[in-house]
Design a protein around this ligand. Structure first.
Ligand code: PLP
Length: 395
C-alpha cells in the first residue's frame, strides 16, 4: 500500500515552478540561461512598504494575529475596494491569507463536494484545475479561441453550465495571456450568470494594476445582481512587487469568508504579522509607482510582441495587461522542423538556445507558449535574438 494518498495522485506539481527550477539548475551548472518562465515582477518592493515592515518588527508586531487578518489590514482592504472598484464590503466580508494561492485553495476546500464542477476557461493559471481536483471537485475546462482574444464568450459559458456547476473562475487580466475583459464582455457573461442562480463566481483580480493602453479594469462583483454570489480575490504580490511576502485576500459572501477562515484556523493560522503590516502600507500608502512600473512593463511588452511577430512561424497578440504574452508556435510544428508539440518547441529552445519559457499545454491550450517579460530589457533583447535564431535554424 502506498504511503501517498489517492488525493495527491490526482494532481501534478506546478509546471511553471518546474521550468523556473530547471533554469536554476542549468544556471548552477554554468549555462547562460535566460529565464522567461517566472510569474513575478523583477522590481523590488517599494521602500515605504519595507520601512513599514521594519517598524512593525520594532513595535513588537511579532505575535499571532487574528487567523484571517488584522483589523488594520481588513480595513485597508475595505477601503481599497471602495476607492478603486466602487464596491462596498463590511469587515466580516474580508479574509486574508498567505498569498492569493492560499485563499483560492481554501475556497475550493471549503466549498466543493465530490463531483461539483468548476468552469475554468483555458488557457488558465496552472493551479486552478489541480486545486479543484485536490478538493474533490471536477474542473470543466472550456477552451477559448485566439480569435476571441483567448477570452470566454457567453455562448461557450452557456454550453459549459450543468446542474453540477458550482463556480466559474474569471481571471482578468489573465495569466498566461495578459488578456483583460472589458466591461461589455463581462456584462455579456453576466447575462447568463444572472439566470443561473446557483453558480458562484470567483474573480481572480491579482493583475488588476498591471494594464496598458488605457484599458479600463472592470470586475464582475460590480454587476450588482451578481455581487452576492461573487468572491473577489486579489493580493499584493504582483501590484506591489511583494511575491515573497505572501499576502493575498478576498472579499465576498459572509458564509464563504467564514468557511475559508475555518480551514485556515486548522492549517496555517494567520499570515505573517510583519507581512500584514507591510500590506497595510502597500494599500494605504502612495500608489504612484504603480503607473511608473506599468510604463516600464509596457515598453517591454511592445518590444516582445514586435520581435515575436517578426519571426516566421510565430504570431503573437498584443495583451492589455499582466506581464505575459502567449504566442502561437503552430507555424513551426511540422515534419520539416521535426517538432510535433509546443512541449517539443519549449524543450528544444531550452536545450539549443538556453531560453526558458513554458509550453501552452501546461495552461490548457496546445500550440502556444508563455513568455513572462518581467525581466530586464537587456535580457529580453538577448532572449528575442536567441528565439529568432532558434526558429530560423529549425528547417
Ligand atoms: N492568480 C494568478 C492568476 C496568479 O498568476 C498567481 C501567481 O502567480 C496567483 C493567483 C497567486 O499569487 P500569490 O499567491 O502570490 O498571491
Amino acid at each position: 500500500m502506498s504511503i501517498i494518498s489517492d488525493n495527491l495522485k490526482r494532481i501534478k506539481p506546478s509546471p511553471t515552478i518546474a521550468v523556473t527550477q530547471k533554469a536554476r539548475e542549468l544556471r548552477a551548472a554554468g549555462k547562460d540561461v535566460i529565464g522567461l518562465g517566472a510569474g513575478e515582477p523583477d522590481f523590488d518592493t517599494p521602500d515605504n512598504i519595507k520601512d513599514a515592515a521594519i517598524q512593525a518588527i520594532k513595535d513588537g508586531d511579532t505575535k499571532y494575529t487574528a487567523v484571517d487578518g488584522t483589523p488594520a489590514l481588513k480595513k485597508a482592504i475595505v477601503e481599497k475596494f471602495k476607492r478603486e472598484n466602487n464596491l462596498n464590503f463590511n469587515i466580516d466580508q474580508i479574509t486574508v491569507g498567505t498569498g492569493g494561492k492560499q485563499v483560492l485553495y481554501n475556497t475550493f476546500m471549503a466549498t466543493l463536494n465530490k463531483g461539483d464542477e468548476v468552469i475554468i476557461p483555458a488557457p488558465f493559471w496552472v493551479s486552478y484545475p489541480d486545486m479543484v481536483l485536490l478538493a474533490g471537485g471536477k474542473p470543466k475546462i472550456v477552451k477559448c479561441d485566439e480569435r476571441d482574444g483567448f477570452k470566454l464568450t457567453a455562448k461557450k459559458l452557456q454550453k459549459a453550465i450543468s446542474k453540477k456547476t458550482k463556480w466559474l473562475i474569471l481571471n482578468s487580466p489573465s495569466n498566461p495571456t495578459g488578456a483583460g475583459y472589458t466591461k461589455d464582455e463581462i456584462e455579456d457573461l453576466a447575462k447568463i450568470l444572472v439566470k443561473n442562480k446557483k453558480i458562484h463566481i470567483l474573480s481572480d483580480d491579482i493583475y488588476e494594476h498591471i494594464k496598458y493602453d488605457n484599458f479600463n479594469f472592470f470586475t464582475i462583483a460590480q454587476i450588482s445582481k451578481l455581487k452576492d454570489r461573487t468572491l473577489t480575490m486579489n493580493g499584493v504580490s504582483k501590484s506591489y512587487a511583494m511575491t515573497g511576502w505572501r499576502i493575498g485576500y478576498a472579499a465576498g459572501p459572509k458564509d464563504i469568508i467564514k468557511a475559508i477562515g475555518k480551514i485556515q484556523s486548522q492549517s496555517t493560522s494567520n499570515p505573517s504579522s510583519v507581512s500584514q503590516a507591510a500590506a497595510v502600507e502597500a494599500l494605504n500608502g502612495s500608489q504612484d509607482f504603480i503607473q511608473e512600473r506599468s510604463n516600464a512593463f509596457k515598453k517591454r511588452r511592445d518590444f516582445v510582441v514586435q520581435s515575436l511577430n517578426n519571426i516566421d512561424g510565430i504570431s503573437c497578440l498584443t495583451p492589455n495587461g499582466a506581464f505575459y504574452v502567449f504566442p502561437s508556435c503552430k507555424g513551426l510544428l511540422n515534419k520539416k522542423t521535426k517538432l510535433k508539440t509546443d512541449s517539443d518547441f519549449v524543450q528544444k529552445l531550452l536545450e539549443k538556445e538556453n531560453v526558458a519559457v513554458v509550453q501552452g499545454s501546461a495552461f490548457g491550450l496546445d500550440g502556444y507558449f508563455r513568455i513572462s517579460y518581467a525581466t530586464s530589457m537587456e535580457n529580453l533583447q538577448k532572449a528575442m535574438d536567441r528565439i529568432k535564431s532558434f526558429c530560423e535554424n529549425l528547417n
